[in-house]
Design a protein around this ligand. Sequence first.
Ligand code: ADP
Ligand code: MG
Length: 379
Amino acid sequence: GYQKVLEENRKLYNQVQDLKGNIRVYCRIRPFLPGQPTGSSTVEVIDEKTLTVLTPSKYGKGKKSFTFNRVFGPSASQEEVFSDTQPLIRSVLDGYNVCIFAYGQTGSGKTHTMTGPKELTKESIGVNYRALSDLFLISEQRKDSISYDVSVQMIEIYNEQVRDLLATDGVNKRLEIRNNSQNGFNVPSANLVPVTSTTEVLNLMNLGMKHRVVGSTAMNDRSSRSHSCLTVHVQGRDLSSGSILRGCMHLVDLAGSERADKTEAVGDRLKEAQHINRSLSALGDVISSLSQKNSHVPYRNSKLTQLLQDSLGGQAKTLMFIHISPEPNALGETISTLKFAERVSTVELGAARANKESVDVRELKEQIASLKAALMRKE
Ligand code: ADP
Ligand code: MG
């Protein structure tokens, strides 16, 4: 009797969750660093999903609260930060496309989250390795029914130019993004390396990181001014039917989000900063237009959004790790990062979205009522 109603109810609920769940935003707060000036943090964790930030104004200090799918405080471990990500890995193996981003100002912990600190240990290793490790684990569990091939590419987008970080013949060649029917948007001339173990992946990641550093000097850390993207291509063959499924996962360590006008950049630095600002706002525009379910999504405004076109929106799933620094002197950037996060988030109850949500809930209630009525008639 009511069991059926409950089940039906749960199914509808899951459908709504699925719809809303296409874009998730997690916010991570970096701890104060040893040897750096401390002070009191500008941000405070309220609960699993809420934080407050100081809002300095002429009229005295206030606090503003922000809500995300998850908030991770300064003591959250790498394992904790990754733990909610497993369903995404599963869906790559089910043939979905997935994008995981790290966003934030330089020094806020993007590379820490995605790759880990300089000295990697089992505990400190980041999302990239954990994702690949889970991917191999799950594909192993399924090996009696599906045979998987996994290969990776690693590219960098710097000043709107695409470079291959796994190139064997020089990193500096500029590559093109193409669209073809089988693989969708991709970089066909970037080295595509088949991998069968996490050790192989780790070696490739090291090579890619080394290439990323080649273009920089101590004073000129290029890694903070380019987007790097580790792309994992998965092809699964169903052993009984022979059918093929393809999934793809982009793991993106974005360029630092700090605003150019504040760093008073000139010349090359200014040009880089303008490219970064433009591509990060293009990414923000794409994600916010997806979260508002607009019919036109402006993918074409940057190389980054072109490359990720098949992996943002539609059936794809997106996870954005937002990083903020706790230091008082970072407050301006922290607030602008949180505003960006709020804009791409589906959680915040903006007017349009609040409407959509109440429609969803109303529809659910109506469905439940009519199911109940149908049951009453039968009983
Ligand atoms: P970004 O890539 O955003 O420029 P990094 O990831 O390089 O920033 O982080 C800057 C510094 O802070 C690094 O030394 C890093 O190891 C450290 N760090 C960042 N996040 C954390 C964290 N959650 N816990 C401990 N140290 C962190
Ligand atoms: Mg970095």
